[in-house]
Design a protein around this ligand. Structure first.
Ligand code: SF4
Ligand code: SF4
Length: 367
């Protein structure tokens, strides 16, 4: 018995594919499937999160609609994947957020925090709201460093806690806890596979589009977003070290490491999210699970706004718009943090866990 209709359909497809095996060279899903004879829910969730949705197995499939078998692996695994995010979410009561359009929640949180900051400054030091801020410490006239660290530290720690508890349940259900305690080789293999998005290349052809010509744009845009996010995180980490270890206060010079990392990261987020949005517009509709569109657009919109507001703050920090832009940027980052465990962000974490499991299984098969 399976918990949902999507899982029932996924089991049917995996049984058909396990007899056919035509697609075994395309990605990690098919070799992992071939190692199994039965497909309980945990294994189907594992296979669904291994799938990168390139669409190649739909394009190649002789049993795809209009064939009576109606095999559409990418779409069904996308449905199972989305359900798995809600099934393992922590706390479980927050799972409905994953099923609704998270954009409204994230934007309301972002605007609430931005308005709170603006209202706080307007009441305590109205002049600070319209002051320009290129000199060290200027940002902290808008919001004291202690308050900024407390607010964002709490939001960040909450997001990390919720993500860790969710992925711990996922890891346990996909059988990861039966693997050796710390399989460093499998971990390293998964880091390499995730870092180059190995299974998003459609077996070397690129992702399937609506004009049936595979293209690599989706993978390149995904890379820009992924590395843009990491660079923004690195920028914030370096700035924190500057503050606490060197006593140097933000904002920093244009050529300073936090600014260089943040600028490259912001450009990656803006360019990558535009590229992913365009790739969604040209995606073969047969592969799309319409129920996920709201969640995906919400995540892209929040990442785009994070990058854009960060770049605008950098460009206009010498002007009277600095205070408002800083409040807006902080609000958007806060909204991104608190909705991270309940939006598309989790796909990266679950997919990485599935890749570790896969690398560990392959190593066990070889030895
Ligand atoms: S997707 Fe189609 S062609 Fe590929 S293994 Fe499954 S049934 Fe065979
Ligand atoms: S990664 Fe691509 S080829 Fe593999 S199952 Fe998913 S859509 Fe099919």
């Amino acid at each position: 018995m399976h918990a949902t209709d999507a899982l029932i359909e996924a089991e049917r497809l995996m049984t058909v594919c396990n007899s056919c095996r035509y697609c075994e060279g395309l990605c990690a899903v098919f070799p992992a499937m071939e190692a199994r004879r039965a497909f309980p829910d945990g294994d189907l969730n594992y296979l669904a999160n291994l799938c990168h949705g390139c669409g190649a197995c739909y394009d190649d499939c002789q049993f795809a609609p209009p064939h009576e078998f109606e095999v559409n692996v990418p779409k069904v695994l996308a449905q199972v994947r989305a359900e798995s995010y809600a099934a393992y979410a922590w706390p479980p009561a927050a799972a409905p957020l994953l099923r609704r359009n998270g954009l409204a929640v994230a934007l309301i949180a972002a605007l609430s925090v931005a308005l709170f900051i603006v209202g706080f400054i307007a009441a305590s030091d109205p002049a600070a709201l319209w002051s320009s801020g290129a000199e060290p410490g200027a940002f902290y006239r808008v919001m004291p460093h202690g308050a900024m660290a407390a607010l964002f530290g709490a939001a960040f720690l909450y997001a990390i806690l919720a993500l860790c508890l969710g992925v711990r349940r996922f890891w346990s259900e996909i059988g990861g806890s039966k693997a050796p305690a710390l399989d460093t080789r499998a971990l390293w293999q998964a880091v390499r596979d995730a870092g180059r998005l190995r299974y998003l290349d459609g077996g070397g052809m690129g992702c399937v589009t609506d004009d049936a010509r595979p293209k690599d744009g989706r993978r390149h845009a995904h890379h820009m977003v992924f590395y843009g996010f990491l660079l923004c995180f690195a920028s914030t980490s370096v700035a924190t070290l500057y503050h606490y270890l060197l006593g140097r206060e933000a904002p920093y010079d244009w050529h300073g490491l936090p600014v260089v990392l943040g600028t490259l990261g912001g450009l990656g987020l803006v360019g990558g999210t535009i590229g992913l949005y365009r790739a969604k517009q040209t995606r073969d509709p047969a592969l799309v699970d319409p129920r996920q569109l709201g969640m995906e657009r919400a995540f892209l919109a929040m990442l785009f706004l994070t990058g854009l507001s960060g770049l605008a703050l950098l460009l206009l920090r010498d002007t009277a718009a600095m205070g408002i832009l800083l409040a807006l940027h902080l609000g958007i980052v806060f909204g991104l943090f608190i909705t991270m465990p309940y939006g598309k962000f989790v796909h990266g974490i679950y997919r990485f866990a599935a890749l570790v499991r896969y690398a560990s299984e392959r190593a066990a098969t070889r030895s």
